[in-house]
Structure formats: structure tokens, C-alpha cells
Design a protein around this ligand. Structure first.
Ligand SMILES: [Zn+2]
Ligand SMILES: [Zn+2]
Length: 262
């Protein structure tokens, strides 16, 4: 295989692996329970999540539930209304750190939100070793470069694995500022087609805020939620079970809410 194609393939694989963890397991699984993860597989996700993504599962779920509770108000952890469109990139990091510290210190305003999740913050974060996953991914990059003289390949690996801040910004900022709305909800959520295509359907924020427990973020025939198909593939292998999914309906239908299950 041509070297550049190999680099592109490695980037695509690591990007999809990262998105699968965040969108399917962290978001649709643990946070909203639109899908149920098989118990043995669940233990694997809990212990591998921080290593793969660099992001703590419990802190992510807590922060994201706060986003739904306080969408686009002063208490929303990452609203562009609060942080500005570009400031949301740093705003989400600030809120993530605050959530992580709050959970580790056992502050009730954080712990009460995720009391149903019967696992702790990752030991990497409890023991101030949060940087180890980043060191690991940098080490893979440098090994590819120094040992195999494959710098671009190593870089493709690293950028794919560590793409979460960019995906997070696209969804959190653009998904609440630019795009169309299917539903009049009490926040600024939008369906942003480009972000949805880039981020496993996560860009359909307006649909998602209307039906947060649905494992499927698309509701119209022209909306393509790639993450939903990944979830169905995982379900076919018995790794997850789909609990709740919005139906696809005709766009000419006047009342979109009638065709939906929850
Ligand atoms: Zn949102
Ligand atoms: Zn959500």
C-alpha cells in the first residue's frame, strides 16, 4: 500500500476509534442510556476509556449531563453563549477540569448527577497520573518516527487518537450556534450537517436535545447519523443493545414529534 494511503487509513481508524468511545460508549451509552453496553464489555470500556481518549468517562458523563440540564444558560459547561464561539474550545477544558476536581473531592453538586454510575473516576485522575495516556500516544508517534522513520504515520496516529478537543469544539460550539432546527426547544441547539458528518452524527444537536435518550440522532431521511450505524453494528455482535431509537420520518410531516417514541 502507498505510504500516504497507509497514513490516511491509520488516521481514519484512530479517529473512528476515538469517536466510537466518545459518541457511542460515553455519550449514547453511559450518559443517556440510549444503548446498553454488555456488562463484560462495559468493564473493558471503563478501564480502557481514559487510556484511549485521554478523557475520564465519569467526568465526561457528569459534564455532559450538566450541559443538558443547563443548556445555553450561565451554568452550561460549554455553551458558545457563555464562552463565545472560539472561546468554547478553552471553556470546555476549563469545565472538564472543574468537573473532574469536583468529583474527586466528592462535591455533591457533581456526584449527585452521576450517582447511578457505579464506578469511580479513573485511577489515573485520582492519582494525578492523567498525563500518562498522552505520554503513551506521543511515545507511539515518536517510535514510528525514530525507529521506523515514519513520522507522518506516527503523526496520523496521534492526531486521530487525540482528536477529541476539536470534535468537542465542533459539536459544542457550532452545534449550538449554526444550523437548522427541527424542534423548538428551550436552548440554542442546532442541527449542523457538516459537524454531523464529521462527528458520527453528534452535530444533530437540536434532535438530540429534543430526544436525549434516543440512540439515533437523525430523524429526517436526509440526516445521516454514522454513529447510529456503528451502534447497530456493535449490537449485531452482541456488544451493545439498542434501548431507544427515534424513527426516521417524512420531512413534509407537519408535526415531527408525533413520529417519535420518547
Ligand atoms: Zn448540546
Ligand atoms: Zn447528550
Amino acid at each position: 500500500m502507498n505510504y500516504y494511503w497507509l497514513c490516511a487509513a491509520v488516521f481514519a481508524f484512530t479517529y473512528c476509534l476515538n469517536m466510537t468511545y466518545i459518541s457511542i460508549f460515553y455519550h449514547r451509552g453511559f450518559t443517556h442510556e440510549g444503548i446498553k453496553i454488555n456488562p463484560a464489555f462495559q468493564r473493558f470500556i471503563i478501564s480502557s476509556g481514559s487510556w484511549i481518549t485521554g478523557i475520564d468517562l465519569k467526568a465526561w458523563a457528569c459534564m455532559h449531563r450538566m450541559h443538558h440540564m443547563y443548556s445555553d444558560t450561565a451554568k452550561d459547561p460549554h455553551s458558545p453563549k457563555r464562552w463565545g464561539l472560539f472561546g468554547t474550545m478553552l471553556g470546555q477544558l476549563h469545565s472538564y477540569n472543574a468537573t473532574l476536581r469536583g468529583l474527586i473531592k466528592g462535591k455533591p453538586e457533581y456526584t449527585s448527577i452521576v450517582k447511578d454510575l457505579d464506578f469511580d473516576v479513573s485511577f489515573l485522575n485520582r492519582t494525578r497520573l492523567w498525563y500518562l495516556p498522552y505520554v503513551l500516544h506521543v511515545a507511539v508517534w515518536l517510535t514510528c518516527g525514530f525507529v521506523f522513520n515514519a513520522w507522518l504515520l506516527g503523526y496520523a496516529y496521534f492526531v486521530g487518537m487525540m482528536s477529541h478537543p476539536v470534535q468537542g469544539w465542533l459539536v459544542n460550539a457550532l452545534g449550538h450556534a449554526m444550523g437548522y432546527r427541527n424542534f423548538q426547544v428551550n436552548d440554542d441547539s442546532r442541527n449542523n450537517t457538516l459537524v454531523a458528518w464529521l462527528c458520527f452524527g453528534e452535530g444533530y444537536q437540536n434532535n438530540h436535545h429534543r430526544f436525549p435518550k434516543s440512540a439515533k440522532f437523525s430523524v429526517r431521511w436526509f440526516e445521516f447519523d454514522f454513529g447510529w450505524h456503528v451502534a447497530r453494528l456493535l449490537a449485531a455482535f452482541g456488544l451493545v443493545e439498542i434501548i431507544n431509537a427515534a424513527k426516521t420520518i417524512d420531512p413534509s410531516q407537519a408535526d415531527l414529534t408525533e413520529a417519535l417514541p420518547n
